[in-house]
Design a binder for this molecule. Sequence first.
Ligand SMILES: NC(=O)c1ccc[n+]([C@@H]2O[C@H](COP(=O)([O-])OP(=O)(O)OC[C@H]3O[C@@H](n4cnc5c(N)ncnc54)[C@H](OP(=O)(O)O)[C@@H]3O)[C@@H](O)[C@H]2O)c1
Length: 337
Amino acid sequence: MKLALLGFGTVGQGICEILLKKKDYLKKKYDFDFNIVAVADFVNGNVYNPDGLDIPFILEQAKAKKKFTKDVVDWDNIKLIKECNADVLCELTFTDLNTGGPAIEHCKAALESGKHVVTSNKGPAALKYPEMKKLADKNGVQFLIEGTVCAGTPVINLIDGPLAGCVISKICGILNGTTNYMLSEMEKGMDYDEVLKVAQELGYAEADPTGDVEGYDARGKVTILANIVMGASLEISDVSCEGITKITSDDIKKAKEQNARWKLIGTVEKKDGKVTGSVAPEMIDLSHPLAGVMGATNALTFSTDLLGDVTIVGPGAGKIETGFSILTDILSIHRSK
Ligand SMILES: NC(=O)c1ccc[n+]([C@@H]2O[C@H](COP(=O)([O-])OP(=O)(O)OC[C@H]3O[C@@H](n4cnc5c(N)ncnc54)[C@H](OP(=O)(O)O)[C@@H]3O)[C@@H](O)[C@H]2O)c1
């Protein structure tokens, strides 16, 4: 399988490290062989070699924040996507939940030129999933997005895999690790402002934390779950959204007294054929599986007709953890060939 990577930051480097480390294992276990033929990145530049790039070398250059020097091409992203000989484009540039950013054009160019797309970028998935899926179907390729919700922790792929045959009436859970970390730390005695500062120092929260603390990141993921798992056609603006900025130390104490704990909960629910989505802080009883999920971890409870509630807990971010989501979708394409 020939791969092209658009964006060579944390996740782009993560999938390369996994592929290099597991090369022999993947060949032996799944008869999976790969070549990374193209990489495009704002910082490092664009490179292409139809016979495969020198991955250890470009990883070294990227880590040293140097411009690529081997196999450099003077092509813009769209030309590179269209003209390279990749079978799969991994779209790993930044998420823009307002416009979708250049990622939408990257995905379109790949699908239109008959290339599968695998992405952890929430933009195209939250804003344009039906359009992307249609384009993929028309061109006989796949548009796979496991990494957009809970990184590599299996969520999207559960539905057509292990949970196929179950009707899912509700999905609710912790979709944002940063805010879950902040709420967990507030229980130890810090107030909101202190905890935000620590989260920023640790790299959990960005300099502008709005996307996390106002619930916008979780809202993007709720939209993806509503549309993909529940078959709805919600726009991001259809999902009600409240973040954690109003939670005080007093609220945390009161919850403790009631044997409960605050969590920022994203919910998708199907009632009488209508799907609704919301993000809001909720006091969760300590007996609920989601209450024990602390720190930057993510968790989702699926309410199903045949199994009752099924809760899955796992990482929601990280270089290898999100890189794995790309691997899992790539292997799924390989298996379907
Ligand atoms: N990291 C995680 O744990 C995680 C988890 C789940 C989902 N995701 C999603 O996965 C995607 C990648 O995340 P990441 O953590 O790898 O981000 P990142 O470290 O910021 O890497 C993205 C890279 O893409 C480059 N880039 C941005 N726009 C580009 C363009 N138009 N053409 C070429 N290169 C471009 C960036 O350059 P500049 O730095 O110059 O912009 C950067 O080097 C994002 O959409 C993110 O939301 C990440």
